[in-house]
Design a protein around this ligand. Sequence first.
Ligand code: FES
Ligand code: FES
Length: 165
Amino acid sequence: MVEIQVRINGKVYQERVEPRKLLSDFLREDCGLTGTHVGCEHGVCGACTVLVNGSAVRSCLMFAVQAAGTEIMTVEGLANDQPHPLQEVFNECHALQCGFCTPGILMSSVEFLNSNSDPTTDKIKEMLSGHLCRCTGYKGIIEAIEKVANRQKDGEKVDGSGDTV
Ligand code: FES
Ligand code: FES
């Protein structure tokens, strides 16, 4: 067992983990953060995506020990007192069906919008190509991300902390 310390959604976790434990399992089983979903467990579906030091990462492709000393954000960290703007528009645009793919898509979208201030629809589709939605509800998801991108263009910043600045 290896002792690791990691900051997740602003809270420090100090835990003993097996070196072979995946980050996705660590988040769900050791930290109780079950908003991170596990689908394929080999990097294809994107359901397990979280932000590690601000970058979107598939947590099923990383060992928990590799995350030692990093800053992680999971879907639980997106909302503050109010839902994150992306969560609001997913609701408005009917981008939620069963919701299984949603946490991963939200986390990738946060990183994407942070680095793309005025993305084209094609760029959004390209980003989404790393995610599988088994409900095939892509139309609403694309609309929702476009809507937040347009708001961002009009002056709001989606900074991944749950705040619009
Ligand atoms: S569970 Fe990680 S990419 Fe599918
Ligand atoms: S909403 Fe069901 S898998 Fe995407």
